[in-house]
Design a protein around this ligand. Structure first.
Ligand code: UD1
Ligand code: CA
Length: 478
């Protein structure tokens, strides 16, 4: 029978080395917070619960944690003062049921590359070896500031020594502590109770539980990570940038191997969670964030910002498209210079041209808005043409209102539709019309002012300004 598993993620620290107003774990890596990327693989083990230890910017870190793994039960423990990772783990134990006697996995909130599968193997190895405390170690070419793993003469793990407390001989060790631990709950409670802050940083080090457990005669195991790169932690902006680059490299290589053309991989910024179909071509300076789904045979010319967007097969995004949280159907032509805001849904074969902004606009197949329009809170039917400069007047200063336009309409240039308003199917709207009331199907609607004309007016106007500094030269206008 499997033992009960709980997890703890430490995320209370400020991250001094980031030199930031913002808590380290809230900085973003490939479009998601470091915390989200650290939490997700742990949540993949389905522990119950996951306790996140918060301190610096506690509310923001807590909500980032909940948003990161919405389907997981998250408990929160406050660490009032950041007195070290051992103290943070102690705070977490306080938030767990005191009767809990299963296993506790502990991870740090600043190690965002770990894979669930690796954790699973680690848990398996821990159980198979009958260990009471295990942690993941890794061989690092440049072990830098990581804690070093020391072993006794028989090769058994003796302790983790922090770099700041290490002698040159210990600093020369290349086996480091990755910061992932798995322990029997009872042993963990007892070991944490014994922590002392007698070290270079005057902090309670969680790492000391290894030596304590050994002293208590417990079975301790260091499980070597198959791939050390997975366990890189982020402590500085430089490390963050380097990690961003390496994630990007991996994503781009995977996409190209799967049949996506990246015209310039150096300027393709694509989130690891994005999906992109075959024979899609991505031009320079493109950012694709979140769980975007881009179909097959799509062309994204370049300079685009797409966040949480679905794009159907064969659609063509011309230069400079910004789109977030919207659905673009197949065979659409978008841009150049289009802004598709959240809640835009294009059914397919749509054209959204230059300087068109859409928001919560549901547009039926084959309909077009080719130039200079604002379509907000709009439901537009199929095969309708929205002329240049059409505006849905959706906001009265208090509430937003919906505009409905039917199928096969011709909405003339410079029309304003004052919502809430409904225009039926097959309506022709004359250019320059202000639509205030519903229009029945099949009608022509016109609100032109009668045109007036004063022959010869211009010459008189100019004559009255003959002495003006801006009067036209060379006798023009006289
Ligand atoms: C830690 C380990 C080190 C290991 C490395 C792996 C300790 C003492 N050292 O060092 O052996 O090689 O991680 O990446 O554990 N935190 C709190 N409360 C605190 C202090 C820290 O919640 O009082 C959190 C931080 O927010 C962070 C995590 O714990 O997410 C790790 O803290 P950090 O200061 O980055 O530890 P390292 O110096 O990297
Ligand atoms: Ca760290």
């Amino acid at each position: 029978m499997e033992r009960q598993l709980a997890a703890v993620v430490l995320a209370a620290g400020m991250g001094t080395r980031m030199r930031s107003e913002r808590a380290k774990v809230l900085h973003e890596l490939a479009g998601r917070t470091i915390l989200a990327r650290a939490l997700e693989p742990i949540a993949g083990l389905k522990p119950r619960p996951i306790v996140v230890v918060v301190g610096h910017q506690a509310e923001a870190v807590e909500s980032a944690a909940r948003a990161a793994v919405p389907d997981t039960a998250i408990g929160v423990a406050r660490q009032a003062e950041q007195r070290g990772t051992g103290d943070a783990a102690r705070a977490a134990l306080g938030a767990l049921d005191s009767e809990f006697a299963g296993e506790i996995l502990i991870g740090y909130g600043d190690t965002p590359l770990i894979k669930t599968e690796t954790l699973r193997e680690f848990v398996r190895a821990h159980r198979a070896g009958g260990a009471e405390l295990s942690f993941i170690s890794a061989e690092m070419k440049d072990p830098a500031a990581y804690g070093r793993v020391t072993r006794d003469s028989s090769g058994v793990v003796a302790a983790i020594v922090e770099a700041r407390d290490a002698t040159p001989a210990i600093l020369a060790i290349s086996e480091i502590n990755t910061g992932v631990y798995l322990a029997d709950a009872r042993l963990l409670r007892a070991a944490i109770a014994e922590l002392r802050a007698d070290n270079a940083q005057r902090e309670y080090y969680l790492t000391d539980i290894v030596a304590i457990a050994r002293r208590r005669g417990a079975r301790v195991n260091a499980w070597r990570a198959p791939d050390a790169a997975e366990f890189a932690g982020i402590n500085s902006r430089e490390e963050m940038a380097r990690m961003e680059e390496s994630i990007r490299h991996d994503v781009n290589r995977r996409l190209m191997a799967a049949g996506v053309t990246l015209i310039d991989p150096a300027t393709a910024y694509i989130a690891p969670e994005a999906e992109i179909g075959r024979d899609t071509i991505i031009g320079p300076n493109v950012r694709i964030l979140g769980r975007s789904r881009i179909g097959a045979g799509v062309v994204i010319e370049g300079t685009a910002w797409l966040d949480g967007v679905a794009v159907g097969d064969r659609s063509h995004l011309k230069i400079c498209v910004r789109a977030e949280h919207c659905e673009i159907g197949p065979d659409c032509e978008i841009g150049p210079f289009a802004n598709l805001r959240e809640g835009t849904e294009l059914e397919g074969r749509n054209r959204i041209g230059n300087f068109v902004e859409t928001k919560k606009a549901r547009i039926g197949s084959g309909s077009k808005a080719s130039h200079l329009s604002y379509l907000g809170d709009a439901i537009i039917g199929r095969e309708t043409n929205i002329g240049c400069g059409v505006i849905t007047v959706n906001y009265d200063g208090y509430d937003k209102h919906v505009t409905r336009i039917g199928d096969r309409c011709m909405v003339g240039c410079d029309t304003q539709l004052v919502a809430p308003v409904t225009v039926g199917d097959d309506v022709y709207v004359a250019s320059g019309t202000t639509i205030l009331r519903d229009v029945g199907a099949g009608a022509l609607v016109v609100s032109h002012h009668p045109q007036r004309e004063k022959p010869g007016w211009t010459a008189g106007w100019r004559a009255r300004h003959a002495g003006h500094p801006k009067a036209l030269k060379n006798g023009a206008g006289e």
